[in-house]
Design a protein around this ligand. Sequence first.
Ligand code: NAI
Ligand code: MG
Length: 361
Amino acid sequence: MDKQYKVTVLPGDGIGPEIVEEGVKVLKQAGKQFGYRFQLDFGLVGGGAIDRVQTPLPQETLRQCRDADAVLLGAVGGPDWDQNPPELRPEKALLDLRKKLGLFANLRPVQCFPGLEESSTLKKDVVNGVDLLVVRELTGGIYFGEKYTEKTGKGEKATDTLVYQEHEVERIMRRGFELARKRRKKVTSVDKANVLESSRLWRKVAQRVARDYPDVELEHMLVDNCAMQMIRRPAEFDVIVTENMFGDILSDESAVLTGSIGMLPSASIGEGTKGLYEPVHGSAPDIAGQGVSNPVATILSVAMMFRHSFQDEEAARTIEHAVINVLAQGARTMDVAVPGDLALSTDQMGDRVVEELKKRQ
Ligand code: NAI
Ligand code: MG
């Protein structure tokens, strides 16, 4: 009997549709090989949704996502909507979707794949062997705190608020420790406890949770130091657990370690197995429509979908190994090609991964 799952697919804007098409190819092929029957349901999100139905996250899309076992998303945004008011911004859809689906943990694995050391702007021996996981808190902190602008006698005054509750820190911290247990058993909790009250709570909770995981080593690191260590000695990190904004910034920084942001996948998960899977990068309007974008981040996000939402480690690893193998054979899209490489188009790269998967049936 085939395993049956509902997957909602939200291609979004810019390069979103082209990379998602490759992700779906891989989802279907892996599904065929590992005995799945998928019901794929396509929906509107972001700028395209604003243009058609005047809201970045239509009710229908939210319903499709609530009904699904997993969501695959491309990217949203672009210059057409940059001047829109906050409620009509494409990114609003992502914040709302994560919050409404209760997806509080954002997992961003960063690996420097063999053969891609040359593609990073960092020295080869620095990025060699990098294999870290950023666990970012996704539904709290300054992005969700109270915000407002006031007029004062001395001009405008703008306020953002950074709030964390103990239970929010605790659940993300436990997630980090659980994941570390299956990896190299080290958690780096990143905060700014020398200055921020919310960080002092963060650190206290980290210490308390750590007692339940005596097999996992806990270290604390201030975020500014972490930003430096991440490019100085990145191979020493295993699992980094951090709050929303720090995680946003650190995970973009970590893209440098892999050669391109086009290589970085992500999963947003909550208490259950439902998850939202998307590349870390945005809609890349500068290259949209040219068929040159790198679909690997989306394909690796599909692997994460098998791992977390379908609890299928074997299928996840098979997809990851197919990607590693085609990269090792020299397959490169433009963003990771070095002089002398013949760069592949988006769909050629997707096809190469599918062919590699077929060899493993
Ligand atoms: P971006 O990630 O879209 O692009 C940054 C740079 O990386 C660009 O030079 C782009 O060409 C390149 N790039 C990104 N993905 C690539 C891929 N798969 N293959 C090859 N090259 C790739 O970030 P940017 O330019 O800051 O933002 C563009 C738009 O995307 C904005 O409207 C922004 O708001 C939105 N955005 C959306 C996100 C999402 O949907 N999750 C996340 C980040 C930004
Ligand atoms: Mg970001």
